[in-house]
Design a binder for this molecule. Structure first.
Ligand code: NDP
Ligand code: 8X3
Length: 253
């Protein structure tokens, strides 16, 4: 069995649900995140089903990312699937009110972190060749502007374009690249975005039907198992109960 998957941000949300989905199918997993005790709990939960390796990792730390790539077990010398999922939004207020530090954190995590991991694991993906895939977590915020998205949406626009550009450079290697772009999904995302405001998070998801982590995990698993000759470039997914508003207009009144 050479079905290996490396998932960043496996301690919560889409990453954890993906770990469960791949483990249920018997893949060999490498899971990364900063909250190690959560990784340990997940490893314990999934071990009866699959071989699970865990790594305490901050994706912003380039040296640490390289070190984890270097210490992966030999089976990961050929990596079938990389799920670049670790990411976050901060400061859901308008740009003039946002601390520069928050902008930097989003760029460092969603852009620098994602390219750190991609760069470190590309040789193993190319070694796998035909059938390998990179699944990058983008967002509807890459494509559609909304107030409070400022740098977050821009980092996801980077993910979108990076995914397309990688496709060009990986042509001939057999490695696929997909930008999966979810809309409203109930995870810890809003808790993080609001600085731990559980009531604000509950308010956002109340009275509607957001995507569930398992919905996105199922799509990621589907992407990783497509026939080798198919590459889905971008997969944008919204809840049925989410759509767009009219353009905002500034009026004298
Ligand atoms: P969660 O907050 O539930 O999970 C985020 C994961 O990212 C956690 O496991 C967290 O782990 C990890 N993470 C954050 N920063 C770092 C870091 N510096 N190094 C390593 N891991 C990190 O949110 P989601 O599951 O919703 O988010 C997953 C991805 O999906 C993100 O890229 C997000 O932007 C994207 N997304 C989310 C949507 C949503 O509505 N929920 C919609 C569209 C896209 P830990 O803190 O333990 O390190
Ligand atoms: C976040 C998507 O719709 O919650 O990536 O802003 S949304």
């Amino acid at each position: 069995m050479d079905k290996t998957v490396f998932i960043t941000g496996a301690t919560s949300g889409f990453g954890r649900a993906s770990a469960r989905r791949f483990a249920a199918a018997g893949w060999t997993l490498a899971l990364a995140g900063r909250r190690f005790e959560r990784l340990q709990a997940l490893q314990e939960e999934l071990s009866p089903q699959a071989e699970v390796h865990i790594y305490r990792l901050d994706v912003r730390d380039t040296d640490a990312v390289r070190a984890v790539a270097a210490e992966l077990p030999p089976v990961f010398a050929r990596l079938r699937t990389l799920v670049n999922n670790a990411g976050l939004a901060l400061a859901p207020t308008k740009a003039p009110k946002v601390a520069l530090e928050d902008w930097h954190t989003m760029i460092d995590t969603n852009v620098t972190g994602l390219v750190n991991v991609t760069h470190a694991l590309l040789p193993a993906l190319i070694a796998y060749g035909r059938g390998a895939s990179i699944v990058n977590l983008g967002s509807v915020a890459a494509q559609w502007p909304y107030p409070g998205s400022h740098v977050y949406g821009a980092t996801k626009a980077f993910v979108k374009q990076f995914s397309l550009n990688l496709r060009c450079d990986l042509l001939g290697t057999g490695v696929r690249v997909t930008d999966i772009a979810p809309g409203l999904a109930e995870t810890e995302f809003t808790l993080v975005r609001t600085g731990g405001d559980q009531a604000a998070s509950d308010r956002l998801y109340r009275g509607t039907e957001p995507l569930r982590p398992e919905d996105i995990a199922e799509q990621i698993f589907y992407l990783a198992n497509l026939p080798d000759h198919i590459n889905i470039n971008r997969l944008e997914i919204m809840p049925t109960r989410q759509a767009w508003s009219p353009f905002a207009i500034d009026r004298d009144e």
